[in-house]
Structure formats: structure tokens, C-alpha cells
Design a protein around this ligand. Structure first.
Ligand code: ZN
Length: 225
């Protein structure tokens, strides 16, 4: 598939943003300055109540043998919708080549005020702050969203046998990327995680790069809404 870049932005470290992705377009997340995670969710652009559900998607992918908590092929929306919102079409890290069984992503929550207190950084900026800013761009209050269930791109976390959470620096390096093919008109909601108190961003928050791409034949046909 020959893809043409139609939008290309760098989102500064420790900030949130939304981007609109039309059905059939590819949303690409690019590791821009080294090991940095992005906390990512999607909304149906025509119905903001229809929200990506990370853990639910992990279970559905697991039952189909196409992913789980550390990698997804299909991103599903929460009940009562249960639609495929996006399909992962290219994933240089999460294919397992570098991540082994853990595959290099994590389907769970984002950092918040209470979470960073327990990380030993009370008052630090969090993904929760970023998401509040990002949702405001499209007129939503964070309290009215379903944001604490996200695709943690490049977050190298796993559950140990006692049920505890583990954290390690991302396996991704500068230039690594992951592609999401939009299966409906979407709003991508982005938090460039500000955390500097855990290995999640290798102890230094960085910027990330995002692109919208279209197939060559599709580019130029801008009449569809
Ligand atoms: Zn975070």
C-alpha cells in the first residue's frame, strides 16, 4: 500500500492534543526523540460516547489469537457499540521482534494525580492533565469521558505472578512507528506522557511525532466528509 503523508506534526513533551482521522486514513505515531510512550485513545468522530476500550480489546484480541494486553491488532469500542474502530497495520516494535512475549505495549490506565503521588512525585504533571486539555479542544469535559482505558504505545509494563505491575524503559528507538488504519471517522486523543519519575519514558519526557497518511489513490479525493 503506497501511503502519502497529508499531515505531519510534532507534539511537545508533556502535552495533550487531538487529531481527526477519516475512515480509510492511517494514523501514524512516531518515536521522535528516543524512548517515550504515548497514552492514546480514540473516539468515534460522529458520536463521542463511542470510546475505545483497552482492556476489553485485549480480551477480544486474545480470544482471536491476534493480540492481548501487550499488543492489539483490532481496537474495539466499549459496549454497547463494540465496533472495530481501528486496525493496527504496521508495528515495528509490537510485532514481538524486540518485545518477545510482552510485545512492547500495554493496555491499561494512564498516569494521574494519585498515581504519581505513589511514584514519589506529588504534584507532577500527568497524562490526566494532558487528556483534560486534549478533550477541551473538542468541547468535552474529562469527567464525561471514558479516558482511563488506553493504548499505552511502547509502554513496557507487565504483570508478575503475584499480580503486581512492573515498569521498564520502552523497547522503541527513534524512528520506530505504529500505524492505525481508521475503520470509522475518528478523533485520536493523545497524551505525550510527562512522567519523569519511572522508567516509562526512560526518566526524561520527550516530544512525539504524529502523521495522517492516505493511500495514493485516496489522496486528492477530498469530497468525502
Ligand atoms: Zn503518563
Amino acid at each position: 500500500m503506497e501511503l502519502k503523508v497529508i499531515q505531519d506534526i510534532v507534539v511537545p513533551k508533556a502535552t495533550g492534543k487531538t487529531m481527526r482521522v477519516k475512515k480509510g486514513q492511517v494514523f501514524r505515531v512516531i518515536e521522535h526523540e528516543g524512548k517515550q510512550v504515548v497514552d492514546l485513545t480514540f473516539l468515534n468522530a460522529r458520536n463521542y460516547k463511542e470510546h475505545f476500550a483497552a482492556e476489553y480489546s485485549a480480551v477480544l484480541n486474545s480470544l482471536q489469537g491476534i493480540g492481548g494486553y501487550y499488543r492489539l491488532s483490532k481496537l474495539y469500542s466499549k459496549p454497547p457499540y463494540e465496533n472495530v474502530m481501528a486496525t493496527v497495520t504496521d508495528d515495528s516494535v509490537g510485532g514481538g521482534a524486540r518485545g518477545g512475549d510482552r510485545a512492547g505495549h500495554f493496555m491499561m490506565c494512564h498516569c494521574s494525580k494519585r498515581l504519581v503521588e505513589h511514584l514519589g512525585s506529588p504534584g507532577a504533571r500527568t497524562c490526566s492533565d494532558n487528556f483534560a486539555d486534549a478533550f477541551r479542544e473538542i468541547g468535552l469535559e474529562q469527567a464525561d469521558t471514558y479516558d482511563e482505558t488506553i493504548f499505552n504505545v511502547w509502554m513496557q509494563s507487565w504483570i508478575s505472578e503475584d499480580g503486581g505491575m512492573n515498569f521498564a524503559p520502552p523497547l522503541a528507538e527513534t524512528g520506530d512507528y505504529i500505524d492505525f488504519l481508521a475503520e470509522m471517522d475518528l478523533v485520536a486523543v493523545i497524551s505525550v506522557c510527562p512522567d519523569e519519575s519511572s522508567p516509562c519514558n526512560d526518566f526524561e519526557a520527550k516530544a512525539l511525532r504524529f502523521q495522517i497518511l492516505e493511500q495514493e489513490a485516496q489522496a486528492g479525493l477530498e469530497t468525502h466528509s
